[in-house]
Design a protein around this ligand. Structure first.
Ligand SMILES: [Zn+2]
Length: 138
């Protein structure tokens, strides 16, 4: 039997991106068919060594949503100009795009190991609200 719930959406707490993320969910026809995990940095928050305390909480929530809601997919939405990246990197010379991609790769590795059946999609919302899909490795 197919579940009526489809996905968990992992996104950042940044106030500027709540509406764009919601509009994106709407565009994907996932309103009320998704669970949400919103945390500073999105994929960065749940993978970066600076935020270690947050990693397990995310995985526990994801596991719970898989069990309770029978979701089939994790949709990860990072965004440009993320304050969590600034905090985590703590230096001026970093390439934001690289941090996003590192976080996606790390998360993909973790998910593949812990929840191999779960589908994955990665996105970055730009400041102009354009949405960029980042290819998953699998
Ligand atoms: Zn952010």
């Amino acid at each position: 039997m197919r579940s009526k719930y489809k996905a968990m959406v992992l996104s950042c707490m940044d106030p500027r991106f709540q509406l764009p993320v919601f509009n994106f969910i709407k565009k994907k026809n996932l309103v009320s068919k998704h669970s949400s995990f919103t945390i500073a940095g999105a994929a960065v928050g749940v993978t970066h060594s600076k935020f270690k305390k947050w990693h397990q909480a995310f995985l526990d929530n994801l596991k719970t949503s898989i069990k309770l809601h029978k979701i089939e997919k994790l949709i990860v939405v990072n965004h440009e100009d993320c304050g969590a990246i600034k905090l985590a990197e703590n230096k001026k010379n970093y390439i934001e795009d690289k941090i996003h991609k590192n976080s996606f790769q790390k998360l993909e590795k973790i998910i593949t190991k812990k929840f191999p059946k779960l589908k994955l999609e990665f996105y970055i919302i730009k400041l102009d609200q354009k949405i960029l899909r980042v290819r998953s490795l699998r």
